[in-house]
Design a protein around this ligand. Sequence first.
Ligand SMILES: [Zn+2]
Length: 190
Amino acid sequence: MNTVKAEYDYIRSTFFPKWNRKGEWKLEIVPRFEDTNDEGFCDWTTKTIKICANPEMPIQVLLIHEIAHAVSRCRDAHQTPWLTRMEKAAKKADTIGMKDLAQMIRNDRELYTDVPVFRPSLIYNAITDAVVAAPQADFDQIINHVNEYHGNYSKQEFLKKFKRARQVYEKKKKEVLQQRGSVLTKTPTK
Ligand SMILES: [Zn+2]
């Protein structure tokens, strides 16, 4: 438990020395997020950096990733200010001789560089298309599929960004099942 706190203090003072001087932001060590596989989360509503106790991702990269959200004010996405702040952290790691860390930061950043900004309508259309194509799929399967092609956000970020996702899914699913003369509880035949 305390190793996360120690790493947090180290990362903060080394990579983000100007951030959080007033101590508005807190660290919270949390159980694994129930509905996602995320190991960290930058929670703007409570100004909390939430980190899993035993993350699989290297803890320093995870902390830098989440704190970079707070510093760059990229609340729920990995846009240019976040990307820029990540590169700045990688450069810092270079200058203090932490080459492996620099590489890991850049690898993580790289996952988000080709993510275009999608309009919500495009996402909602992709959800309805996916439901038509696979009406037996549940909500998680549908949004994982859509997210893979159109965003690659974390699930939390996806749901925050596209607030009507579930509503759109439910509506279309009902329509499709009604058209098939089926009922919601009955598994459609393939
Ligand atoms: Zn993120």
